[in-house]
Ligand binder design. Structure first.
Ligand code: WTA
Length: 657
């Protein structure tokens, strides 16, 4: 890992966009003074601050202490008992939102005129009914408090139903992104020791059926842990149902009770596991718990998206990623507003699909990834221009740095220069947004996530913990615990300590490099570890490498990210073949398909280069930095003194020429 002093920012962006005055006048937080006073209080008196915020939520038993902090372990709202499903549903109904639409869903398929053939609306009351029934189904299957349930489903309301049902009975869920395939499912099931999997026959994506159940069947060949597979019928495609193991969702839901009391759960009871990529091949089960996550996601959503009762909020992220957990489901439903879910691809049946959804449902707040914005930009403004986007009041981005050009396009073409943009920085581990503009307060600068949210003390540091001066690059670190922070890596305490709390002793290490400008605005520069962000999706180099090495022709492989205009980063693989294999395009294609099949299409390398050996240090560590330079610039200028065999780089360079 490079030293902080070698992290240089090349971006200089001086435009500034104050919040639209009308927006600011009506916002929850209206002025910079208000933000600053409240921010100061949240840092100086976190207990008082968060106790006040949490008083707006339902606790079956009130907490005794707000925070117990024994580095690196935080416990929030200690001694309290609550339930996230209760706060998302029952509490909203008590507050008079029972007949309001909770989930507004569009399926992907369209008729010949381009109109969607399936739109569903579930009110808060209807959603509660579904959730209670499915919670009873889970109980009847023997799922108890603390048992991990795997959810491998497309973007349909039943995924949210299953999550909330798990939360209701205290069974942590582990959602696996529907774009992953058998090996990824098996790895996660094994790590979580999860015996029940909930899936669908299939899901629609770009007019094709993704064979979810068949992928689960493949996964069951890799582990015999899975005792029950619940299958929701979505597409009607043929699936094999193994008797004694596979059961239909609709059969189980038929005769089950509609009543299911939300279980009072300790504040620190595990709400979910979400697997994410880190720097080893084994995905990490990031652990989130109940009360802190609940309070932080709801409160951050309310202020950052400035939520109002009539909002139709659309976060286009898949629920398979943390953004979907926090800002499609938990943070949004707790505000009693409508959350939009869309099943399919942004370009099906045409590139105007997202804008049509916004127009059709009068979406007021829209939250998406820079990759999507760049893809839309490339297609041209005729698609959004043909739609009525006047319902939009606020735009958001998340998942990767947004380049100023894409920011400006979003601002002008989608926001018609009248919507504040919130560029929100956070991670699977942080549970919720930590660095962000507040839409009624912050003058935004294209490309900057601006300033920390309440309770978040962020800093740019060098490896020894020294805070860097303005405009010097360094590591982004968080100095105080916050309510939605991860509570651990499932089953791997050393990894939790090593990865997050030891790189810079005593503070939370994000793995991102960044700088802070003279106004105190944060500019995220990218990852400093072996995580690649392809289209905002987080992938670990080691996982892709082990997929490559599992191919019989491959002896060794190293994977790095390189900049890509559309997806932010793309994957380059350097591969050494076993002797006797020709390094040709046929093999390249074979390896690309192999990775896509093993992990999922998003992990498919864009470039594969064959090499006789990989550049390694004398201690045998692959020098990814050199490979990154090669993949990015086609040459290596950095320090190569620790390289074991200089000729490797020379040969790689020749191959490139
Ligand atoms: C990156 C996604 C720049 C960052 C919620 C982080 C961002 C990683 C931003 C976490 C942003 C996220 N600007 N970079 N606004 N938001 N990132 O776990 O590198 O999928 O560490 O969580 O995404 O990715 P993850």
């Amino acid at each position: 890992m490079s030293d902080a002093t070698s992290i240089k920012s090349i971006m200089s962006e001086n435009r500034k966009f104050p919040p639209p005055p009308a927006f600011a006048a009506a916002a929850h937080i209206k002025s910079l003074d208000e933000y600053e006073a409240q921010y100061r209080r949240s840092i100086e008196d976190p207990d008082g601050f968060w106790a006040e915020v949490a008083s707006d939520f339902h606790f079956f038993r009130k907490w005794d202490r707000v925070l117990e902090w024994n580095l690196p372990d935080a416990k929030w709202f200690v001694g309290g008992q609550t339930n996230v499903s209760y706060n998302c549903l029952d509490l909203q109904i008590e507050r008079g939102r029972g007949d309001h639409t909770a989930i507004l869903w569009e399926g992907e398929p369209c008729d010949a005129t381009g109109k969607p053939t399936e739109i569903r609306r579930l009110t808060y009351r209807q959603l509660l009914d579904e959730v209670c029934r499915f919670a009873n189904v889970l109980r009847n299957l023997g799922v108890g408090k603390g048992d991990r349930v795997t959810l491998y489903m497309p973007m349909i309301p039943e995924l949210a139903v299953a999550m909330l049902a798990c939360a209701r009975i205290g069974a942590p869920h582990s959602v696996i992104f529907g774009g992953f395939t058998a090996q990824a499912i098996a790895d996660r099931v094994i790590d979580a020791q999860s015996k029940v999997v909930v899936t669908c026959d299939g899901g629609w994506r770009r007019g094709q059926i993704v064979p979810l159940k068949a992928n689960v069947d493949e996964a069951t060949k890799l582990t015999d842990l899975i005792k029950t597979v619940v299958v929701f019928k979505r597409c009607g495609n043929d699936v094999a149902m193994k008797s004694g193991r596979d059961v239909w969702w609709h059969d189980l839901m038929r005769d089950v009770s509609h009543e299911c009391r939300a279980e009072p759960l300790d504040s620190e009871h595990m709400l979910y596991l979400l697997y994410t990529s880190g720097s080893t091949g084994k995905p990490k089960g990031i652990q989130h718990t109940t009360a802190g996550y609940m309070v932080f996601t709801a409160y951050s959503a309310k202020l950052i998206f400035d939520l109002r009762p009539d909002d139709v909020f659309w976060c286009s992220a898949d629920i398979g990623w943390v953004t979907g957990h926090s800002y499609v489901v938990y943070g949004i439903l707790q505000n009693g507003v409508t959350t939009v879910m869309y099943e399919g691809a942004p370009n099906h049946p045409a590139w105007d699909r997202f804008w049509r959804i916004i127009e059709r449902h009068r979406v007021t707040k829209f939250y998406t990834a820079p990759t999507a914005i760049r893809a839309f930009m490339k297609q041209g403004r005729q698609f959004p221009d043909a739609c009525n986007l006047s319902s939009l009041k606020l735009l958001g981005t998340v998942g990767e740095p947004i380049n100023p050009e894409a920011w400006m396009w979003y601002h002008e073409v989608i926001g018609r220069k009248s919507c504040p943009i919130v560029d929100t920085w956070w991670q699977t581990e942080t549970g919720g947004i930590l660095i962000t503009p507040l839409p009624g307060v912050t003058a935004t600068k294209p490309g900057s996530a601006t300033r920390p949210f309440f309770g978040v003390e962020a800093a740019i540091m060098s490896k020894d913990g020294t805070v860097q001066p303005a405009n010097s690059g360094g590591y982004l670190a968080i100095r105080k615990p916050w309510p939605a922070m991860l509570r651990g890596v499932y089953g791997d305490r050393p990894r939790y300590e090593r990865q997050y709390w030891s790189e810079i002793p005593g503070v939370y290490f994000t793995g991102d490099s960044a700088r802070r400008d003279e106004d105190g605005y944060f500019w995220i520069m990218g990852r400093v570890d072996d995580v690649i962000k392809v289209a905002g999706h987080r992938l670990g180099t080691a996982e892709i490498e082990s997929a490559l090495v599992s191919h019989p022709r491959v002896a060794e492989a190293a994977v790095v990210g390189f900049p890509d205009e559309l997806t932010g980063e793309a994957i380059a693989a350097f591969v050494t073949l076993r002797t006797g294999n020709a390094a040709d395009d046929g093999v390249k294609g074979e390896l690309m398909t192999h990775v896509a099949k093993q992990i999922g299409a998003i992990a498919r390398p864009k470039q594969i280069r064959f090499t006789e050996s990989l550049p390694k240090t004398r201690s045998g560590k692959i020098m990814r930095r050199l490979l990154r330079e090669l993949a990015t610039k086609g040459s290596v200028e950095g320090d190569t003194t620790t390289l074991e065999d200089f000729s490797v780089i020379a040969r790689l360079r020749e191959d490139e020429a």
